[in-house]
Design a protein. Sequence first.
Length: 447
Amino acid sequence: MSATFNRSKELFNRAQKSIAGGINSGIRKLEQPVPVYFAKGSGPRIWDVDGNESIDYQLGQGALLYGHAPAGLADAISAQAKLGIHWAAQCELEIEVAERIQSMVPSVELVRFNNCATEAVMAAFRLARATTGRSKILRFEGHYHGWGDEGLVGFANPPSTWTDDDELPRTHPSKGIIPEVTDHFILSKWNDAGHLERMVNAHKGEIAAIIFEPALCNTCCIEPVAGFLQKIRELCDRDGILMISDETITGFRFGASCAQGYYGYKPDLSIFGKAIGGGTPFAALGGTKAAMAKIISGESIHAGTLNANPLCLAASKWCLDEIIQRGDKHPAGTIALGKRLMAGLAKIAAKHNIPMRPQGPGLAFHTVVLKPGAAEGLVLNYRDYVTRHDAPRWAHIRLMLLEEGVRAIERGLWSISTTHTDKDIDDTLSRAEIAFARHAAEWKPAA
Ligand SMILES: Cc1ncc(COP(=O)(O)O)c(C=O)c1O
């Protein structure tokens, strides 16, 4: 097959004359050999402007849990568009969506809607500070909480900043932020209960909230070790800290009760994005009545012209009904397909002497590629990942896969949709066979 991307290259050249940098979200520039331009999608497959067909595991950065362009979702949006596109006012749909979330996620007694998860995170931080009267947020290295000033503190602390000091650096990858913003964060190590407890003790009385991705999908798909999430809950209860579960990726992908049901914990606040809107710009902040009190009173301001937009609400109602109607089949179906794919990829990689170690729960997973001489075993946190994962080698494998018609996220994450079938997994593995053989023949590590 070995796809070429000439039309995408032409469009990217043209785009750079009218769009800053040629793309509309910084991360899209990472795609090699060029940010790809798409023409249509259907279920688990996507076609680009050069006519290349790919089996898609990027899935709109995970938002397309129900695949590309599901007919029912398209109908729900177009029916609503004929009634009204935007009111900046109330409609019954917003209650219907809120009631569905309430019935699906036990910790959620109340919700507020936003247009993206970055906004919902911003609302959660403000609310936590208003509720506790404290200013600091504890978060974990490698966890992503949106692109705002606050969402990126310590997300990718470079190895040059790592020391033996228990207090971790609070670097920020962007220029132009409010400099003091980093003073209001405390960083900890994912899956290290001892470090977490030391940080909470060292900052007693200062911490408003602890935020985390329950499965660290933005860095290597690292699941929590047994008892870790419960430890966060225990420390929050002990010190009057709000527990914020950022379920932007895991929400509804991990089942109707989200990662909090899957792993068994009860946060005070939750962020839902991506799958809650099936690819429409929709997100929600959910919480207990007590945690949402300062939004109810208006002391913590939450606003937005497009919040609870009827098109997004119609989409979300359809998406949530899909999950409800699947019952126990979700996430069991995506887990089984994902695990089959992980095992198949590992087997083909081994045949070509590629040290690939897929890790994650199946419904999403990451293809770790070990650096020469790196230790075996599950990757457990951000530093472990940076130390052991061979990012340039993965980038080459990802390019080979794309050229052979398999699309994964540039950083190594794969998501499965409810429309993927065993046939798609078989086709993916046949294509991976060719891609991995090409990689093995072509790959030359940097000297
Ligand atoms: C865990 C997590 N939180 C927050 C966000 C921000 O979401 P959005 O891009 O909708 O603003 C993302 C986006 O990928 C995410 O993965």
